[in-house]
Write a protein that binds this ligand. Structure first.
Ligand SMILES: Nc1nc2c(ncn2[C@@H]2O[C@H](COP(=O)(O)OP(=O)(O)OP(=O)(O)O)[C@@H](O)[C@H]2O)c(=O)[nH]1
Length: 539
């Protein structure tokens, strides 16, 4: 049987272990769910952003339709169409016409614009990022028409060939005869903190197919200007963008480029960087962008359900309560066991006393017949083993019925107590036993005794010396006793009752021959018993 403490420990270990395991599993599943949900939402936002960029860039095609079969759009045509396009595409910051201007034509074109916009000139940025008139070079790509002009004044007349990033995008578009976007850059419009991108659609005279022909026949570009933050805002889904930070990086040329755009979730926020995800956007007019999404801690917390903690708490509480219950149960069991033990001990003690009482004569406190027989049986066996002698003396109060009749039953009891006391006084060696066989009959058992007749005679004499009056006795006017005894060396096979029978026979002879005497049993073949004492009437 397992001990209660071991059971408690096992229950504690199993309960806490299971609770922790269940709680961990719930937490783990929940994290997987949050991760999947976050990935899904990040992807939705990335797709929406890409769609918006595409739509915005596609707007350039509407404008380029003006240029079919023309070397350049008229101002009125350009502004009318561009305004309509911008109205439909709020993500477009500006639409521009960028003609290719050879040095020889520069002054003419500047002059034409000056008639409408005095002070117009082709410009470029100096080292301090201040606009200044362009230096002389073989050809220019100035912003010649811009819609809307308001807000884009700085760009008006700006020569895109003066800047390597813009020039690279221009050349790329020209050589590939395909739409091309610039790397994210800081716009000369300068009215936003955000980076912008320029998207170019090349326009040729005719349809040149070779590289040389494209370079030769290039007329100019339709240019779209876009602010990333505005496009992002238009595409953003509030529930997502307010909880997730998005970072855009252009890795077309440098894989480790720093982000050019970082969205701002609703403040205040802390980012849960562990959940960060990165995905490639499809190519955007020749540019390869990467979008990284990082959730805020608030986003993670809002998706966290407290089940894992609750399960752990409930598990621990349940385990502790179960343990407490087992403890109380085992304590109660121990109490009951202790109680049972103590009751059993009491019962055993009572039993022992009862058994003792069953062997004791109530009147004289001597052993009764049962007590005597048990003692006698043990002593008989001992004498057989040790080859020693065993002597039995049986006493009987003479004419006791008459005593009772004369002096009453109570006096009879006192008489018996007195006789018992006399017998006990004379048979007091450790192996001796005095018992009351019943009525007025007593027995004395002596082990390994040389002279039982002396003890018998002393007893008889002692009773006579009490001089207890017995006026109705024919033997004497005092109480007297008769005794018969025998001594035997028991051997295996001899019946145990033999000594008692012999002593009884001797007693019978003592009575027959006048009472108040001690007679020894002689032997089987000589039934005549030997008179040991015959003291006469008075001792
Ligand atoms: N007072 C008293 N009397 C008892 C007790 N036990 C037995 N007796 C009485 O003892 C008497 C014994 O009588 P009997 O068996 O005739 O023996 P007896 O009168 O002594 O005659 P003998 O043995 O021949 O001398 C009976 O009257 C019993 O009632 C006892 O415990 N107390």
């Amino acid at each position: 049987m397992l001990k209660a403490k071991t059971v408690q420990l096992l229950v504690l270990a199993a309960g806490l272990g299971l609770s922790a395991l269940l709680s961990w599993k719930l937490q783990h599943d929940q994290e997987l769910y949050i991760d999947a949900r976050f990935q899904h939402e990040s992807q939705l936002q990335a797709e929406a952003l890409h769609r918006e960029i595409q739509v915005s860039l596609e707007s350039l095609y509407s404008l380029s339709a003006l240029l079919t079969d023309k070397s350049a759009p008229s101002r009125a045509e350009f502004h009318f169409t561009a305004r309509q396009v911008i109205n439909r595409h709020p993500g477009v910051q500006a639409l521009e016409w960028i003609p290719r201007v050879k040095l020889a034509k520069k002054s003419d074109l500047e002059e034409q614009q000056k008639q409408r916009y005095p002070g117009f000139t082709f410009t470029e940025l100096d080292k301090n990022n201040n606009l200044q008139p362009v230096e002389e070079r073989p050809e220019y790509f100035p912003v010649y028409f811009v819609e809307p002009l308001i807000g884009n004044e700085n760009a008006f007349g700006f020569d895109l060939a003066s800047n390597p990033v813009r020039l690279s995008a221009l050349n790329n578009a020209r050589d590939n005869a395909s739409p091309s976007a610039s790397a994210p850059l800081s716009l000369v419009q300068g009215n936003s903190q955000s980076s912008g991108i320029l998207a170019f659609l090349p326009h040729y005279q005719g349809m040149p197919v070779t590289l040389d022909a494209r370079r030769e026949n290039l007329q100019g570009f339709v240019l779209g200007v876009f602010y990333i933050d505005e496009i992002f805002d238009i595409s953003s889904m509030p529930s997502i963008a307010s909880n997730i930070q998005f970072r855009l990086t252009d890795i077309t040329t440098e894989p480790e480029e720093a982000p050019f755009f970082i969205s701002q979730p609703l403040a205040p926020y802390t980012l849960a960087d562990d959940y960060s995800k990165t995905q490639l956007l499809p190519l955007i007019w020749g540019r390869q962008w990467v979008i990284e999404s990082i959730p805020t801690q608030g986003y993670i917390d809002s998706k966290q359900a407290p089940y894992a903690g609750i399960i752990l708490l409930v598990g621990i509480t349940f385990t502790l309560l179960t343990n407490l219950y087992i403890y109380l149960l085992s304590k109660r069991t121990r109490l009951i066991e202790r109680e049972v033990k103590s009751r059993t001990a009491e019962l055993n003690e009572m039993n022992r006393k009862l058994q003792q009482i069953a062997r004791i004569d109530e009147l004289t406190s001597l052993y009764n017949r049962r007590g005597f027989e048990e003692f006698y049986a043990r002593e008989w066996q001992r004498a057989v083993r040790n080859k020693t002698t065993i002597s039995v003396i049986i006493f009987d109060v003479d004419h006791f019925k008459r005593f009772n009749d004369k002096y009453g039953h109570l006096a009879g009891d006192h008489c018996l107590e007195a006789v018992a006391s006399i017998l006990s006084r004379h048979a007091k060696r450790p192996g001796d036993l005095v018992a009351r066989l019943g009525g007025e009959e007593f027995v004395v058992l002596l082990t390994d005794t040389e002279n039982p007749q002396t003890v018998a005679e002393d007893c008889r004499h002692g009773v006579a010396c009490m001089k207890l009056r017995h006026e109705d006795s024919p033997v004497a006017d005092i109480v007297t006793i008769s005794a018969g005894f025998t001594s035997i060396s028991p051997e295996a096979g001899i019946p145990r009752d033999l000594a008692l029978e012999q002593a009884d026979k001797a007693l019978y002879m003592a009575k027959e021959s006048g009472r108040n005497r001690v007679i020894r049993y002689h032997n089987e073949h000589q039934p005549v018993t030997r008179i040991i004492s015959n003291p006469g009437i008075q001792d």
